[in-house]
Write a protein that binds this ligand. Sequence first.
Ligand SMILES: [Fe+2]
Length: 269
Amino acid sequence: MQLINPDIKPHTLKCETKRIWLVADLHLDALTFRADLLEKAKGLIKDDPVIGLGDMMDIGFYDNVYSQLKRQAALGGSKASREEIREEFGIAAMKKTDEALELFNWIAMVEGNHDERQKKKTGDNYLKHACKKKGIIFEEGQLLLDIVTGKKLNTTDRHLRILAMHGSRGGRRAGAVLNELEDIWSTWFGVDVIAIGHHHQADIRPMTRNVANQREICKEITWLVAVPSFLGWEEYAQKRGYKPPVHGVFRINVNNTGGIFKPVFEFLG
Ligand SMILES: [Fe+2]
């Protein structure tokens, strides 16, 4: 038995591109943000469409602005009221968000836990607002992109379905990422790629299941993908004995006649 689930609305796109990229966890304003890796990624990706998996921003930048303004206020400076501080902080957040959206040809984006912090601090969701202004799909929960990539031999549309979300759990072992991906996979069927960021780790794994169609049994393959970050080996990670990070982005070749959408990891460093 199947019922319509109104909680998730798929976004359908006609895609005339050859590749779609997955980019995660830029943390643009973090101290250990690696601008050199971003430049490498820009060189690879160029104008291709990109899906962002959240944590575009860190929170350090906003905290710095916020605490400076508060200090000024405490010392009797120009920014005296809570409203003024919040307004100034909001302007800084908006400017930085606009800059971030110029980096790639973003087609869709999901909210990360660090993006959410900015929202909580200012009371406004600038990333969501900026995405809307530019026509970029934005989701705070799970994002299902249904991309029409051409025609099958029988002339019906060929679809690539990508489920993207930021990810949420902790866990430093290699298995933690795949456990989260497998749990998400177990709640979906009919998806080609499931992608998360958040863990700052790179991984890819095909998962299979049988589908009982009316006349034949099919094997469905879903690629589970964890996309790493643009952060260096942060001090907290060193203190806790985490592994130094690996960096890269994933490319999905869209323009193929066989309908095989295997994501490919592009190593950046
Ligand atoms: Fe992150």
